[in-house]
Design a protein around this ligand. Structure first.
Ligand code: ATP
Ligand code: ATP
Ligand code: MG
Ligand code: MG
Lengths: 256, 256
């Protein structure tokens, strides 16, 4: 079957998009068929994959807004790398929250649209915006797993409790299959006390300890540079720390 | 009169909260009366100022949700530093978007609540969540100025166009007084090519060039450490790069 994995954390700038792009690319590099779904109106996964859409090309917005819904398979675009496809985002997605507020079953829109794609891919990784809004709930309704990137900084650590509560609410009310596969320490700078202290808290706090990945994603400017040129770091510079860390993360995920 | 300044950027993790706390503290240190307003449900300004509320203490949520609205002056809390007050946030704020969707004038809720506080402070700095949602629009309806922290990374630079479009729409439809006071380069690491390149783009692109502050906020782990102990960096370690940069930013703002 297809593993469907949401990458989420309400805290902004913790490496959600970097994880979707680079983990997805690392998985495709070792032979898995991967679909990246960009559910953030900022469309950074779309931008970071070097994809720019023709004005009339449909996006995830069209899939969930119900405007004579295109088929998901007609919305998927290929990327420059084989086995690595993308469901692109669009700024119109930011209007979905208000537009869908009175629709019955509004949290299931994405599930209904992506259902036909199950089986075509080994992994579907979904990027989310930095909020616990309808878009993120749509992703949590569809996915069966959640990966939580957590910058090794105090605010990101503080955001975990609320995220875990939200996931438990979704499990209880909408999607009992949803489970947290793990917490990924990101943007780790071993030279700084704050990074080491927050990593320590992740590895000791009861609620998080069993979920923390062994792999740590280090702060590595190559990851940011790769985003600027629209390439995953594993294809941009395979010898960099960033590439090595994401390859290791892919291996560890395959073992869970 | 009182200068009312929104600190906003839909991109997550660019230093919005760090700027509200540390710019606010730097202004209070040189004698100005400052109010920080935390309009992010993540409540990181509240956390970063070392404030934890009694369960029954009102927050900005109570001010805009209309539940027998408390007066803003009863919601304001003092902090450990003189001339530096806080209007705290609360996680319930994340429900305001849906709760207010049918209310007429929902974007003016904050303005009505904060009106009575004008004149009590020299500066009111407002933190916003990483989204262009109703909460941010409420802040844009009240404020007369916007400061835009922009991490010197590609995604943050890419977010500016959408933010500027949103601000222009608010100016045209709701608050003609709103203007962008400046763009603050943040999390700058001069050793990295990507930081230097994005700073260069900010200083050359027509739409942004005239707005970029001379002050650059450097990446400085002391800023993150100060957040962990709930103190502004200018009070936590006044000799650090972070403290110096925010003092310089305060001086430059006073000149605009
Ligand atoms: N390992 C890393 N080393 C250095 N920079 C990184 C790393 N991972 C991500 N970045 C950079 O840090 C910034 C934040 O990362 P990213 O945008 O992926 O986070 P996000 O959680 O998706 O943000 P948002 O909440 O806005 O969606 C980006 O500019 C990105 O290029
Ligand atoms: N100058 C700096 N040097 C080092 N770390 C910083 C600096 N400014 C902010 N930080 C840290 O970087 C992270 C992002 O900053 P911050 O949380 O202030 O951004 P934000 O834009 O408010 O994020 P969000 O979009 O989630 O509200 C935080 O962990 C913060 O402590
Ligand atoms: Mg992102
Ligand atoms: Mg913030």
């Amino acid at each position: 079957g297809t593993r469907t994995i949401a990458v989420a954390n309400e805290k902004g700038g913790v490496g959600k998009t970097a994880t979707v792009i680079n983990l997805g690319a690392a998985l495709s590099k070792v032979g898995h068929r991967v679909l990246l779904v960009d559910m953030d109106p900022q469309a950074n996964t779309t931008r970071g994959m070097g994809v720019s859409l023709a004005a009339d090309h449909p996006s995830v917005y069209d899939l969930i807004s119900g405007n004579g819904t295109p088929a998901a398979s007609d919305t998927v675009v290929g990327t420059a790398w084989k086995r690595l496809d993308l469901l692109p985002s669009h700024v119109d997605l930011s209007g979905a929250e208000v537009e869908l507020v009175d629709e019955v079953g509004r949290e299931r829109k994405l599930s209904e649209a992506l259902e036909p794609l199950l089986g075509t891919y080994d992994f579907i990784l979904l990027d989310t915006p930095p909020s616990l809004s309808l878009l993120t709930v749509n992703v949590f309704t569809f996915a069966e797993e959640v990966l939580v990137p957590c910058q090794t900084h105090p605010y990101a650590f503080g955001a975990l409790a609320e995220l875990f509560d939200t996931i438990e609410a979704v499990q209880a009310e909408i999607n009992p299959a949803l489970k947290i596969t793990g917490i990924i320490p990101t943007l780790f700078d071993g030279r700084t006390k704050v990074s080491r202290e927050i990593l320590q808290r992740l590895k000791t706090e009861e609620r998080y300890r069993p979920l923390v990945f062994d792999t740590i994603i280090r702060l590595n400017t190559t990851v940011a540079e790769s985003a600027d040129v629209g390439k995953p770091v594993v294809f941009f510079r395979s010898g960099s720390y960033g590439a090595k860390d994401y390859v290791q993360l892919a291996n560890e995920l395959l073992g869970r």
